[in-house]
Design a protein around this ligand. Sequence first.
Ligand code: NAD
Ligand code: UDP
Length: 319
Amino acid sequence: MTPRHAIVAGGAGFLGSHLCDRLLEAGHRVTVLDNFSTGSRRNLEHLARHRRFKLREHDVVRPLPLDADGIFNFACPASPLHYQRNPVHTTLSSVVGVHNLLEQALRCGARIFQSSTSEVYGDPEVHPQVESYAGHVNIHGPRSCYDEGKRCAETLCFAYHRQHQVPVRIARIFNTYGPRMQPGDGRVVSNFIVQALRGDDITIYGAGEQTRSFCYVDDLIEGILRLMHAEVEGPLNLGNPRENTVLELAELVLRLVGSRSRLVFRPLPADDPKRRCPDIGRARRLLDWEPQVHLEDGLRETIAYFRRLLDVDRRVVSL
Ligand code: NAD
Ligand code: UDP
């Protein structure tokens, strides 16, 4: 099923804005709902005059009756820096937000996509993480507003499916990077690139031995679209199965930028997961999907984006 009118909640953010581009290219009508807490109008300004595109300032914690064929939910801050700033609103954005969107899907018969996260696995004791792993989350920790919010959002999605037969699709998204990340949002890829471009110190948290698996945004969006169109039950991991340490990432960014920034070591945040890598066997089998973009190539694109962005900002400041 291809949605004719798609609602993209959180569409002014990094991932949502890329999805809007793909949906519009495919001929659909798109309405973005966003409260602009972490997203940016700049991510959507190239669509401002598009006749099939609408942007509404709206917080998903409040209901908004609006008909659609498909609903994509990205509305939640994704960077630890942002989601820990207002943990109450982060929890409500996930739980009350998805409840409102599920009610909307039920009312108008829409299919709904929920962007879940590898954080539902917490600091995992199973490696790589398979969808059947129940996770290891500290329910009181500083990350719990995000982790438990997303876990409860999955629960609500399946409850609506079981009780009301709402068609739901859930991707557990692993660390994704690319153009349109916010320069100040604190995530490792944007931090390292911006620090390297400015010649600032590169901040490694802990010894940098913790791992993440970095997926380029185009690969992820392709996976999301395939999932939305497929008949898949249960949550699905989407991410890159190639694992890197944070230190390896820092060294690669320095080399690609040609920067002489120094590495400095800062305390590791509480509950920071030590290892993270998806098992994407189900996505390979059910969607015939796997990431195509090599980390080095994706980083080159992302570096080029931040170079342009910082250049524009510098020119604006000097006017
Ligand atoms: P982002 O912060 O760039 O985008 C989130 C968007 O949602 C922003 O535009 C923000 O303004 C909006 N928003 C937040 N709370 C809202 C609310 N209550 N009502 C309306 N709009 C709201 O983050 P992103 O990286 O694009 O992530 C998008 C989604 O994907 C998030 O739900 C996140 O949890 C999930 N995810 C992302 C990653 C990743 O690596 N990027 C990994 C796992 C999961
Ligand atoms: N990190 C780091 N320096 C930074 C930002 C992050 O070393 O400037 C580390 C962070 O501690 C974590 C990893 O990089 O181990 C990924 O962090 P990010 O916030 O991007 O995502 P998440 O922790 O949610 O995977």
